[in-house]
Design a protein around this ligand. Structure first.
Ligand code: 2P0
Length: 334
């Protein structure tokens, strides 16, 4: 018998500038609104997949050297089921995944993880998907993974069904170059695991927060404004809408019943530090995801100065600069 071919792919994580928070269709991961993100360099997850019958006929999954249990494993298996159904395969798979950034570094791991898994699994299954089809497939693993298929600034069109909900690069020519020059400063305040996962938290926000519809409505205008700012290479305009959109998302979460609060006291301290740095004249606008850490949109040319100013104001926090990175890549299988 010929061995099942293995395929390896890698993907960077991304940070949403205009957030995705809520699904119009849970089973297909169709979001309630379109979102905009920046893919970050140096944040790759690399994944090798082979449909080789796994271990004793069940999928064998290893992430950073350990076998995940519970929901994490079930999500991978469910995703592999989708690939098997499309490719007409029945064999269990072996999946080995490793990430260059620690899972607790304050950067989303599921976006890079499912983008790399979608690319490696589809290829190992003999499918040859173009980037759009790959983005649609990655979306089924984790919504934000649809965006990690591409590098730089990325728009995930919400769409209305499986065919129309996919991500694509925004203005591939030049937007990430000298004109807009976006970068991120990541402030890790706390490495603890989050209390409630995004999937569950967005479901609860949609169902119970009276502020959620208003945030979604405002988000449509936020996205238009953000895309106009990108076109005009206007980083301050982009930054203002980025910060407002994220704070609005958290306001909606906090207003959920019971309240969903990812913020810690240090989160608020960091928000004030970002504001102070901005008032000193440096470009810095905060965004926060489903956790207590703060990410700061800045200009690449000023990123080191912004990081230094934030380190001064936030002793004990781990502050690092991340620059734009590329999309999914097929790698040589080790
Ligand atoms: C985002 N986040 O746009 C938003 C902002 C967190 C806050 O996408 O349920 O892991 O797997 O589709 O993609 C995190 O949610 O959620 C996320 P699922 P995902 O980046």
């Amino acid at each position: 018998m010929t061995p099942a071919p293995a395929a390896t792919a890698s993907a960077n994580t991304n940070i949403a500038l205009i957030k995705y928070w809520g699904k119009a269709d849970e089973s297909l991961t169709i979001p309630t609104a379109s979102s905009l993100s920046l893919t970050l360099g140096g944040t790759r997850t690399t994944t090798t997949v082979s449909f080789d019958d796994g271990a004793d006929g069940a999928d064998a999954v290893t992430i950073n050297g350990a076998a995940p249990g519970g929901t994490a494993r079930a999500r991978v298996t469910r995703f592999l089921d989708l690939v098997r159904a499309r490719a007409g395969l029945t064999a269990a798979a072996s999946v080995v995944s490793s990430s260059v950034v620690p899972l607790a570094a304050g950067l989303a791991s599921s976006a890079a993880g499912f983008a790399a898994l979608a690319a490696a699994a589809s290829r190992a299954a003999g499918m040859d998907l173009d980037d759009r089809a790959l983005s649609r497939l990655a979306r089924r693993g984790s919504g934000s993974a649809a965006r990690s298929v591409f590098g730089g600034l990325v728009l995930w069109n919400a769409g209305v069904d499986d065919a129309t909900s996919y991500a694509e690069p925004v203005e591939t020519a030049g937007a990430v170059g000298a004109g807009l020059d976006p970068a991120m400063v990541v402030i890790v305040l706390c490495e603890g695991r989050k209390t409630i996962g995004s999937t569950e938290a967005m479901r609860a926000t949609m169902r119970t927060s009276p502020l959620y519809p208003a945030w979604v409505e405002a988000g449509r205008e936020d996205l238009r404004s953000a895309l106009a700012a990108v076109r005009e290479r206007d980083l301050p305009r982009l930054g203002e809408v980025v910060e407002a959109n994220a704070l609005g998302m958290h306001a909606a979460m906090i207003a959920s019943r019971p309240s969903i609060m990812y913020w810690l006291p240090r989160t608020i301290e960091a928000l004030h530090a970002v504001r102070a740095v901005r008032e000193e004249g440096l470009p810095a606008w905060a965004t926060i995801d489903a956790g207590p850490n703060v990410k700061v949109l800045t200009r690449g040319a000023d990123a080191d100065a912004v990081a230094a100013a934030l380190r001064d104001r936030l002793p004990g926090a781990a502050v690092s600069v991340r620059r734009p990175g590329g999309g999914v890549r097929i790698e040589d299988t080790p």
